[in-house]
Design a binder for this molecule. Structure first.
Ligand code: FE
Length: 206
């Protein structure tokens, strides 16, 4: 038999609740507006937005060029400007360069196009080790890179957010932009994974 214990809410969660109820009580914040913002980041913004950008860059070389030259401008072309207006820099992975994104100071992240950051991204271990020993960190994510591949680590901040443009996998020829976007994962756009080739349909045993 197993027993389940409900963990008490963390101190920070309780503080946030207390501040929120004070702001609402004093009429400073409209609870409906808060719900809209939370709904936006939980459901409307997410890695699927970044995946659209990556897929477009894979099929449209001119867009890719603009994206790498001016990330903010090229992303705005797609009408994907959200609540945050931070400058976006897009860094492309190649056969010889692998990019990894971190925020060593806190948890700066391209919210507008990737949604909420994963918990590990905000952890002290990731924030410090991604810079000191990126290859070990990547290996722990299951990504072992040969020495011939240079690893570039980009430190985000409140003014500059980075997005990794992963390499288009082999075996994805002939896929539509939509089908390509479905292959692109959040971690591939942070740089802790590659985009895997599409899985071929499993033959039905005779
Ligand atoms: Fe930060």
């Amino acid at each position: 038999m197993t027993t389940h214990h409900h963990r008490p809410e963390s101190e920070i969660a309780l503080r946030v609740k207390a501040i929120e109820s004070l702001l609402v009580e004093k009429g400073i914040v409209d609870p409906a507006a808060l719900d809209t913002i939370i709904e936006h980041y939980e459901h409307q913004v997410g890695p699927h937005v970044g995946a659209q950008i990556v897929a477009k860059a894979w099929v449209d070389p001119d867009f890719k060029r603009r994206l790498l030259a001016d990330g903010t401008g090229a992303i705005a072309e797609l009408g994907l400007t959200g609540f945050s207006s931070e400058h976006m820099i897009v860094v492309a992975n190649t056969a010889t360069v692998h990019n990894l994104i971190v925020c060593t100071l806190c948890s700066c992240y391209p919210w507008a196009i990737l949604g909420l950051p994963p918990t590990w991204y905000k952890s002290l271990a990731y924030r410090s080790r991604a810079v000191i020993e990126p290859r070990s960190v990547l290996a722990e994510f299951g990504l072992v890179l040969p020495d011939t591949v240079e690893v570039c680590v980009w430190d985000s901040n409140a003014d500059l957010r980075y997005l990794v443009l992963p390499e288009r996998p082999d075996g994805a020829e002939g896929l539509s932009e939509e089908a390509l976007a479905a292959l692109v994962t959040r971690n591939a756009m942070i740089g802790t994974a590659k985009v895997e080739p599409p899985t071929s349909p499993t033959p039905i045993a005779a």
